[in-house]
Design a protein around this ligand. Structure first.
Ligand code: FES
Ligand code: FES
Length: 158
C-alpha cells in the first residue's frame, strides 16, 4: 500500500506493508533518530510526533499515520539550528549514552506546547514513559525547565 505522509515538513509517498510499524517505516526511509529498543511501547525511545502529539512509533502501524504530519527528532532542529529543547539538553549536560534522548526531546517538546510553564514535578511525570538508564533524570528535567524558561523569554538558548 502507498501512504502519503508529511515527514519533517516534506510530503512523501511511501510504499509499505499493512503490518509495518511507523517506527520501521521511518527508520527504513532514513529517519533513524527514532530508536528501536523495546518495541513494545515501554521505553519511549521511538517517540515521534504525529500531528503534534507524541506517540510511541513502535506500537503504531504506519498505515494509521496515513495523511498525517510526522515529526522525528531530526525535524525539530539540526546541528546548525537546534530547537530550544535540543539546545537545553546540550547546555545542561543532559545526554549520556544518548539512546533515550530523542524520545525525551520529542516528549518534552510536545508537552511544552501544552504547558509552557511546567513545574519540575510535571516534567518528571512527562518522563514516566521514557526509560533512561544513565542520567537519573536530574539533568534532563533541568534541561526542560531551562528550555521552558528560554522559550517564555523568546529565545532558544543561543
Ligand atoms: S522502542 Fe518503542 S517504546 Fe520502546
Ligand atoms: S542517556 Fe543513556 S539511556 Fe538515557
Amino acid at each position: 500500500m502507498i501512504l502519503h505522509l508529511t515527514i519533517n515538513g516534506r510530503e512523501q509517498a511511501v510504499d509499505c506493508e499493512p503490518y509495518e510499524t511507523l517506527l520501521n517505516l521511518l527508520r527504513r526511509v532514513g529517519f533513524t533518530g527514532a530508536k528501536r529498543v523495546c518495541e513494545s511501547g515501554e521505553c519511549g525511545a521511538c517517540a515521534v510526533l504525529v500531528d503534534g502529539r507524541a506517540v510511541d512509533s513502535c506500537i503504531m502501524l504506519a498505515a494509521q499515520a496515513d495523511g498525517s504530519r510526522v515529526t522525528t527528532v531530526e525535524g525539530l532542529g539540526d546541528l546548525r539550528d537546534l530547537s530550544a529543547v535540543q539546545t537545553a539538553f546540550a547546555d545542561n549536560g543532559a545526554v549520556q549514552c544518548g539512546f533515550c534522548i530523542p524520545g525525551m526531546i520529542v516528549a518534552a517538546t510536545s508537552y511544552l506546547e501544552e504547558n509552557p510553564e511546567p513545574t519540575e514535578e510535571q516534567i518528571r511525570h512527562v518522563f514516566v514513559g521514557n526509560l533512561c538508564r544513565c542520567t537519573g533524570y536530574v539533568k534532563p528535567v533541568e534541561a526542560v525547565l531551562t528550555a521552558a524558561r528560554r522559550m517564555r523569554s523568546g529565545g532558544n538558548g543561543d
